[in-house]
Design a protein around this ligand. Sequence first.
Ligand SMILES: [Ca+2]
Ligand SMILES: [Ca+2]
Length: 554
Amino acid sequence: MRLNLTALAVSAALLAAPAAFAQSQADLENDVSTPGDVLTYGMGYDLTRHSALTQINKDTVKRLVPAWSYSLADSRGQETFPLIHNGVMYATTHNATVAVDALTGTQKWKTAVEYPAETPRVACCGIVNRGGAIKDGKFIRTTLDAHIVALDMATGAELWKTKSIDFKTGYSFTVAPLIVGNVAIVGISGGEYGIRGYIEAYDIETGAQVWRTYTIPAPGEPGSETWQDGGDAWKHGGAPGWLTGSYDPELDLVFWGTGNAASWNAGVRPGDNLYTSTILALDPKSGEIKWHFQTSPNDPFDHDSTNELILTELNGEKVLMQASRNGFLYVLNRETGELVTANKFVDQVNWATGVDKETGRPIVTDVYTKAVAGEEVTYWPSALGGKNWSPSSYDAKRQLMFVNTLNIGLNYKAVEPKYRPGVFYFGAEFSWAWPEEEPRGYLRAIDPMTGEFKWQDGVEIPRLGAVMSTDGGLVFTGTQTGEFEAFDSDTGEKLWEYQTGSGIVGQPITWEADGKQYVTIANGGGAVYALFAGDERLANTPAGGNLITFKLLD
Ligand SMILES: [Ca+2]
Ligand SMILES: [Ca+2]
């Protein structure tokens, strides 16, 4: 009898355990309206990074103090998006996945990610990882050496690991997966190594690949007519998918941006070069491309179109919005991919005067035509973009997008590209063109319909982290010198800051537990600007790597 009872208790525990860790598709779709957890990258499938929480607000933010700090024990750049479920916070670095108690920061488990020592050679722009995705008790992430891994959320034990491709020829992963239904969707990195880009999906139960959609068509496939070099430029044509897409459950469409064409020398690959620098709408079940919109045809400038695709409604129309690297903020109808509007969102855009409202194509200037012809030019915005990877937030009530913009140009000349597997494939010589008087970056509150800004906060060393906004009237972001900051959403006045001890290039989240609101950010400097800009003012910023959670002092 006693044995039976024990057996019953054990089987009850076994049944209860998966339930405690289960997240259904409905949970993921409702993430925005459940502030007690953070289940999806970008705080919701729409990637708005906007919270309805108001306890931390314009009045109370001065009482915001650290509650705990957890060392990630890593000195690389920390770009992770932390997830929270059932009181546990999950975060990634390039070499580990961790689970900590969300209220205390106490470690629950830590699972190492092992990859060959030579892997960083193929990661152009930061040894980083941008976070995981969760469903059905599994935490799914990517690795720098182009694998995708599933861990048991309860224990950190590895459930499966699948190799996407051989990293040695320039392929890597830094992306946080997007889970839709029974698949985890990821996009490959490597636009600067002459890869052939793709977006692909894995079965979250088994790790088996479900589909792969190449972002460059092979000869004969639709779009291949846009590669007119007559050779095999398409094989090394770039178009990576290195940032996480958004998802509209009603339309059952995934939206994913692709990166620049490779090499940068556009003169040797005539044609529009689909689907480089393109916004794609994909069927999550098959990977089929439902529509596409190319922001920079035959791009010579490293103007990736990978930046986040934020979903909202404007004037009653279902739209997606992208503050694109090329300096224009695009608003598209997300059912059809048709252009609603596109406007400059940074001061200096000299390669195009605007975007043709009929065709959606940029109206290029002689800076563009000379660059393609191999002449030396200085173009704005630079290869870092009018905005780099750092995700923006969108406050629908204020109709304002909060964007970390860049104000940097590039002196540039295309040269004959030489493809060597796993080595930089720029096909260009370049150096930075810094602004003379103005700051190198601004946090801006931008009306997506006009591109005009309501306020801005300039900063000499540009911000490279994500932005988050709240119904408390606050905008959170951080600096590469370590200040975690909160601004007034309406005026741009800085209301609060806290020096975290290392540069911030990470992604803030906010959440609540037992009626209290919390804010979490990872610090740890070292992203693309720190690696490439040669900005000696960053030399004295200590290396970091902490998860830090803040709460209001009682
Ligand atoms: Ca939630
Ligand atoms: Ca690129």
